[in-house]
Design a protein around this ligand. Structure first.
Ligand SMILES: NC(=O)C1=CN([C@@H]2O[C@H](COP(=O)(O)OP(=O)(O)OC[C@H]3O[C@@H](n4cnc5c(N)ncnc54)[C@H](O)[C@@H]3O)[C@@H](O)[C@H]2O)C=CC1
Ligand SMILES: O=C(CO)COP(=O)(O)O
Length: 313
């Protein structure tokens, strides 16, 4: 497994993982499998690999692909767990997702695995579900056999883009859920955010990819991931801290709340809004637009709830 090398208490993280079988920085308290070997050179890791699993914050994906692109086996298969990578063409507003980037940079097919999967809960072995989006039936079966287990129930679909976009867009809605918590609003308000969020996620996916299957939204990557992120995710937690003190910057909140982990929601929110604006769709997406305006401090978090009030569906 490739691990981005860094020093933790004066030691290399890869050496700590290989000696203690624990990722003391990002997954403390979880015993890792003894056959897992952490390596700092991504090129070494991919050169004999038949299946490549990508799990890293979306902003680091392009640099990693650039590092490995000449080393990957031509018949390798990729699966991406990355949520929120959106590359927008500034000219025509077309979109490229993380899985599409992996596929085009490495010239191999890329499936997507997304779901209601808070990492520490999955690592502790609590039952969870996930959705595997894969367009090729043989590869889908291979990946399903690898990923599915008694405590990790994987359901498959061919709607790769639907699965991937649900995973990214819910991080934006989770910010409004955090605003609601930070402002001390009751469960009714958060439920309204979840309903409107699900509706806007669905509308935006249909706007961008009309062939996407509407039922994908009811899979783990859709409704279930939205729920878990809006109740227990890092985006929700950081947005709560922001609503409690709007003078803080997102960078400061990320650094203080997440101890080295990355906050995806604000940057994905800005990318989502550039798609909405490019297509002149603010009226159709009042919640996404209001969240964006709060993220960039154009309005306050409590004004988000006024913006989506009277006169919107
Ligand atoms: N943590 C969670 O509960 C879940 C995360 N995801 C998704 O998985 C992806 C990865 O998220 P996390 O593992 O939580 O990451 P994270 O938010 O914990 O960020 C830390 C990770 O970033 C890596 N990193 C730091 N600097 C780097 C660099 N310069 N280049 C490359 N990697 C670097 C670190 O090695 C570490 O693995 C994201 O897209 C996230 O949305 C999906 C489901 C659950
Ligand atoms: O995607 C997640 C759970 O499925 C985690 O969401 P956060 O990044 O908000 O913690």
């Amino acid at each position: 497994m490739w691990v981005h090398e860094e020093m933790v208490n004066g030691e290399k993280l890869t050496e700590i993982i290989n000696r203690d079988h624990e990722n003391v920085k990002y997954l403390p308290g979880i015993e890792l499998p003894y056959n897992l070997h952490a390596m700092p050179d991504a090129r070494e890791v991919v050169k004999d690999a038949a299946i490549l699993v990508f799990v890293l914050p979306h902003q680091f994906l392009p640099a990693l692909l650039n590092t490995i692109k000449n080393e990957v086996l031509p018949d390798a298969v990729a699966v991406s767990l990355v949520k929120g990578y959106l590359e927008i063409d500034r000219q025509d507003g077309t979109l490229r997702t993380g899985a599409q980037l992996i596929s085009s940079e490495l010239n191999i097919t890329c499936a997507v695995l997304n779901g209601a999967n808070v990492a520490s809960d999955v690592a502790e072995g609590h039952f969870a579900e996930a959705t595997l989006g894969c367009s090729n039936e043989t590869q889908s079966l291979t990946l399903w056999n690898l990923l599915n287990s008694e405590n990790f129930s994987v359901r498959t679909t061919k709607d790769v883009l639907g699965v991937e976009l649900c995973g990214g867009f819910k991080n934006v809605v989770a910010l409004a859920a955090g605003f609601s918590d930070g402002l001390g609003f009751p469960p009714n308000t958060k439920a309204a955010i979840l309903r409107r969020g699900l509706q806007e996620i669905s509308n935006l996916i249909q706007e961008l990819f009309p062939t996407s299957a509407p039922e994908t939204l009811l899979e783990s990557c859709g409704l279930a991931d939205l729920l878990t992120t809006c109740y227990s995710g890092r985006n929700r937690r950081c947005a709560q801290a922001f609503a409690e003190d709007v003078t803080r910057s997102w960078e400061d909140i990320e650094a203080k709340e997440l101890s080295g982990q990355k906050l995806q929601g604000p940057s994905t929110c800005i990318d989502v809004q550039s798609i909405i604006d490019k297509r002149g769709l603010r009226k159709k997406f009042p919640l996404f637009t209001a969240i964006y305006r709060a993220v960039i401090k154009e309005i306050t978090p409590d004004e988000v709830f006024k913006c989506i009030g009277i006169g919107t569906s």
